[in-house]
Design a binder for this molecule. Structure first.
Ligand code: ATP
Ligand code: MG
Ligand code: MG
Length: 554
């Protein structure tokens, strides 16, 4: 019954359904820890979980795994919800592991009573020393056989805040000789006198992730608990904890693991991203160079592009590294369909059309998006003095040069054919002005014979008198190494790209005067751009989202 169009988790679910698992009991969750912003790796997990929810018409909870108050904050909860919604997914219920603290505590008490858990009062060093190594079994510690009464009273004291941090822990009583190190009496609770962003100072003890996670899945009746491959070894413990509390009438959650997303030229651990933010190497979690969802959004990524990317990379059980260019490919593919075309000049040189009447101006018709007929046309002002890109002119054209040069013609996009005549230079020999003539019968769309004339190249331009000045932020990759966090001898911070941000002044066609934060455009021949949140009515600020793959195609 294997269907190759299904990924392995879908195949497992199909098999479960064939074997009688009721479809209406399928239930999933996305379980972020609110200790940072979501990144593109999380998007893979989100698309997977919510994709299953849509495919099987099953609820997907958003569960915050907020069991470590030392690192968690409300700001992160809010950002995670915003990013999920922006990606276009709607969760069934918003849940918090911290809502289950009492429930988890009661289960821990039950485990103590059942002789399955005990209080260990050694230092963490002593406990680590008894744990053994992957090739050497551990040994039992001196507190392993404490009486149930003593364990219960110590545990209650821990809960009440009678003991300092590090004095006691609650451990599962499993097997110090297990071949799986995680099964050698793992911690269940630790003392932590910390303020929790939701439960305040109610709790002086906090459950460990491995305990809280599976039991939370059980409380929510999650059928398929999907996580990344580094949890393979944790599955045995996940199941052991469930064994202690499982009731036959309920759905028993099962854990499945898939390969996490790795992207080259970036890092994706929240701890490292936090360090970039805290050390002010980037300007916040939503810096457009960050691989966070909020950074990608600010840069100009679209939800469609991210979802398409996740669909393209698929879901599998083997780790690999995905090329950043695949993400960019998905983005261009989407923006090409939806982004209006406009003209902007990033590195201007002045051009004077000497035979165009002084003081005259006219409005030229420009198509907004040749990929989308409904996008219509706009008017672009034209006059005697314009800017073109400095790199679009050479005095002497080399072979196959399709831009402007002396004695050669090009077309101005949506406008006339011009011919290079002469240049003015400053004392250092830099060109300060280019003089051209124009063919007044050649206007695009005028229907004249000259308007049909083919010339080698087409250039974008803006009328100087009408242009709007804008700050443009150009980005390069954040790291100069393909795998900055893979080096044993070096820190990922040793591989920062010092020129990942370049700020310049650009000139935009006047239709952009009304552009709003988040609006996206294709600057013709240059790439895709998005209006940044730093933009004000006085000063437009624009991010370069991504370049165009191909050179100009008319
Ligand atoms: P990080 O290592 O970046 O801190 P995490 O796994 O600790 O990530 P969580 O908030 O626990 O972060 O992640 C929520 C969910 O997202 C988990 O199920 C986790 O497996 C998944 N996830 C995190 N990073 C990736 C990734 N790179 N690719 C796919 N899924 C991921
Ligand atoms: Mg985690
Ligand atoms: Mg982590």
């Amino acid at each position: 019954t294997e269907d190759k169009s299904l990924h392995f988790i879908e195949q497992i679910i199909e098999e479960n359904l064939e074997n009688g698992f009721p479809q209406d009991k399928l239930r999933f969750r996305f379980p972020p820890e609110p200790n940072g912003y979501l990144h593109i790796g999380h998007a893979k997990s989100i698309c997977l979980q919510f994709g299953l929810g849509l495919k099987y018409n099953a609820p997907v909870n958003l569960r915050f795994d907020d069991t470590n108050p030392a690192k968690e904050e409300q700001e992160y909860v809010d950002a995670i919800k915003e990013d999920l919604q922006w990606l276009g997914f709607q969760w069934a219920e918003e849940r918090y592991a911290s809502d289950y603290f009492q429930h988890l505590y009661d289960w821990a008490v039950k485990m103590i009573k059942d002789g399955k858990a005990y209080i260990d009062s050694q230092s963490s060093e002593d406990m680590a020393a008894q744990k053994g190594t992957p090739t050497q079994p551990g040994v039992d510690g001196p507190y392993r056989n404490r009486s149930v009464e003593e364990n219960l009273s110590l545990f209650e004291g821990m809960k009440n805040g009678d003991y300092p941090e590090g004095s006691h822990v609650l451990r599962a009583k499993i097997d110090m000789t297990s071949t799986n190190m995680l099964m050698r009496d793992p911690l269940i609770y630790r003392v932590l006198h910390r303020h929790h962003h939701r439960t305040g100072d109610n709790w002086k003890i906090y459950p460990m992730y491995d305990f809280a996670h599976g039991e939370s899945d059980y409380i929510e009746q999650v059928s398929h608990s999907i996580c990344t491959l580094e949890f393979v070894m944790h599955r045995e413990l996940y199941n052991w904890f469930l064994d202690q509390i499982y009731d036959d009438n309920k759905v028993r959650p099962h854990q499945y693991e898939f390969a996490r997303l790795n992207l080259n030229y970036t890092v994706m651990s929240k701890r490292k991203l936090l360090q970039l933010v805290q050390d002010k190497i980037v300007n916040g979690w939503d810096d457009p160079r960050m691989p966070t969802i909020s950074g990608l959004r600010r840069r100009g990524y679209t939800p469609n592009a991210i979802r398409k990317f996740c669909e393209t990379i698929g879901v599998a059980k083997r780790e690999n590294i995905i090329d950043y260019s695949l993400l960019e490919f998905c983005l261009r593919d989407d923006l090409n369909k939806v982004a209006p075309r406009v003209m902007a000049v990033l590195d201007p040189v002045k051009v004077v059309i000497t035979n165009y009447p002084e003081g005259k101006e006219e409005l030229l018709d420009a198509e907004n998006n040749q990929e989308d007929e409904s996008a219509g046309f706009r008017k672009v002002p034209f006059s005697r003095e314009i800017y073109i890109e400095r790199e679009d002119f050479l005095e002497v054209a080399p072979p196959k040069y399709f831009r402007l040069s002396l004695g050669n013609e090009v077309r101005l996009k949506n406008g006339y054919i011009i011919k290079g005549e002469s240049v003015t230079k400053d004392a250092d020999g830099n060109i300060t002005e280019i003089q051209v003539s124009y063919d007044e019968d050649s206007r695009s769309g005028s229907g004249s014979e000259a308007s049909q004339r083919k010339v080698a190249g087409t250039l974008h331009w803006v009328s100087i008198a009408h242009a709007i000045e804008a700050e443009v932020r150009l980005y390069d990759r954040l790291f100069i190494d393909e795998a900055p966090d893979s080096h044993k001898e070096k820190n990922f911070l040793d591989f920062m790209n010092e020129s990942s941000l370049t700020v310049s002044t650009a000139f935009l066609e006047p239709s952009l005067a009304t552009a709003q934060v988040g609006d996206q455009f294709q600057f013709q021949r240059l790439g895709y751009f998005a209006v940044d949140k730093d933009s004000t009515p006085e000063k437009i600020v624009i991010n370069k989202t991504v370049g165009l793959k191909d050179a100009w195609e008319e």
